[in-house]
Design a protein. Sequence first.
Lengths: 338, 269
Amino acid sequence: MNLEMNSFNLPLSHIYVEKGIKDNPLTEFILNKYHKANVIEINHYKDVFSRQRQNIVNQRKSQALILARKEGELVYKGSPMCQDFDNENFYYTSCTMNCIFDCEYCYLKGMYPTSNIVVFVNIEDIFEEVSKLCKERKIYLCVSYDTDLIALDNLTNYIGKWVEFVSGEPNLTIEIRTKSHRKDIYDKLIPNSRVIFAYTMSPEEVINEYEHKTASLKDRIDAADYAISKGFTVRLCFDPMIYCKDFKTQYENMVNMVFNRISCQKIRDISVGSFRISSDYLKVMRHKMPDSAICQFPFETVDGICTFPSKIKLQMEEHLIGCLTKYIDESKIFRADY
Amino acid sequence: MIVICCALYFEAKPVITALDLRRCNENRFVEEYANEDNTIRLIITGVGEVKAASSCSAELTYLSFLYPQTTIHLVNVGTCAGREDVKGELFVINKITEQNTGRDFYPDMLYRVNLKEMPIICSSKPVKDIESDFVYDMESSGIFTSGSSLLSPDRITILKAVSDSGDFEEVTPKVIKRTIEGKIDQIKDVILLLQTTTIGENNKIDSDKFEKACNRLCLTTAMQNNFKQLLKYASLTGKNTDDILDKMPEVTSKKQGKEILDELRNELI
Ligand code: SF4
C-alpha cells in the first residue's frame, strides 16, 4: 500500500442507512457483516448520494455504502446505446447503483454524482414489478448494468435471488454482466438457460490500464469456463472495445486466449462494440477526471454520442470480427449499432 | 492548502502555536494567520452560524482566485458540548444537523484521521439538554454550507473537542484553550495527514503559448476546444505540450488550421 492510500479509510468503512430500513433483514445482515463500520443514519439516500460537487476520484479510494429503499420507477426501458440481442421487450433494473470495480471509462462516473455504492434492500418490490411486466409478454431484463452484481454478491446475495425468481417466471430472461473472477457462485446455483452470465472480455493491456480492480483476462476466462462446465448459459462481450496503439495484436491475442480455453460451441452468443458514451456524461467525466487519458481522448461526437473516430472504430471492429470468425459462426455475433 | 477556521481566538491559540502560524493581513475581511510557506492558514470567524459562514466564505472566495479549489481543504477546529463521560475527547464529525431548519449535511469521511466519529447538532444558542448520541456547537453548519459552495464534501473536516456538558456558565476562555491544548497533538496529526491528500493540478497547458498557437492557426472557438482536448490527451500520454505548441506553424486560413489539427490528431492516436 502506498503512502497516499494509507491516508484513506478502507472501502465500506462507512455505511449510511436510511431510517426506514433499519430493520430490513438485508440491512441487518450487512451491518452484522461489517460490524466495525461507522454507521450513519440518514433520512433519504439522495441526501448523501446527490450532494453537490462530490470528488468521485477521491471517493473511489474509500467508497462508502448506502442502504436504501428503492421507490418510484423500478424497471426501465433499455437504452438504445445498449445491445438488445434482438430482444423486443428490453428492460433494465438497478437493485444497486455504482460498482466496486473502477473502470476509468465507465459511464456511471458521468451519470452519478458520487462513487459511493447504493444497495436497495427491497429487491422484492422490483420482483413484483417485473412479474407484472412478464404477465403477457416475454421480457429481456438486464440486472447488472449500473453495477457489477456478481462482484457485490458477498454483500447482497442478489444473484441467487434473481436466479430463483427467474425460475418462477417463464417469460423472463435476464442478463448478468460481469468482470468478476468469482466462480464460487456457480456452486450454489441451479443453472437456468434464461439466466445469461455475460463476461466482458478485454485485452490484458486494457484491463491493466483502464479496468482497475477487475479480474485479469485469465481469471475472467476461468470463471466463464467454470460457469459453462457447471451448465450455466454464458455470453462473451467484446464490448466495449478500447483503442490502444497495438490493438490488432492485443485483440488477436485475447481472442486466441479465450478460445484456446472456452469451447465456442458452448457459448450462447457474442457481442462486439466499440466504446461509446453520451457526450453529456463524457463532459462530466472530463471535468471530474482531468488526469484520465481515456476520458480526455479526442473522441468524435455524432448526435450526442461520443465514439472513437469512425476510421479507427471500423478498423477495430472489423479486425475483431475477423479474429472471432476463425472460431465462431458470424450468426452468433451481435454488433452494437453505434 | 489547509484552511483552519476557529470561532474564538482562545480555540485558535493552541493551533497557532503548534503550527507556528503568524498574523497575516492578506485578506482584509478576516482575521487570519498563516505559516511561512502559506500552506496552512487559519481564520477566526466569530461565534454563531452566520458569522462562521460569512468569514469562511470571505476567505474561500479570496483563496479561490489564487489557488485551484481542489488544492484547498477546510478544517473547523473548535469546542463543543457533549455528554459528561466524553468531556475532553476529540471527535471528527460525520453528520451535521442544523437545528433551526432540521437539515442534515454530510462531510465525506474518506481520510484515516484515527478519531472517533460523532454527529453534531448545530444550534443558534448554547444548548443545555444534551442527548447522548450527539455533540453540540454553534458554527459547524455555517462552515459546512459555506465551504461546500466551493469545495467537495471530502475537503471539509470538522474537528470538535468536548469542553462542557451544557453548563456553559463554566465555559471560560481558559477552559476552551485548555480543551484544545489537551488534543493539540491529535489535531496537528490530522492537519498534517490532510495536507498529504490535497492534490495539485496536472496537465496544465501554457495559456499564453496556447493563445498564440491558436492565432497562428486561425482557429475558430470550436476548433480551439478540439485543439485543447488534443493537447490534454497529448500531455496525459507523455507528450510535451510546449513542444507541440511551439511547432504550430503560421497559416493563412481556417481550412489550413483544421488540416494541421487533423495531422496532429493522427499523430497522437
Ligand atoms: S465493471 Fe462495469 S459497472 Fe463496474 S466500473 Fe466497470 S464498467 Fe462500470
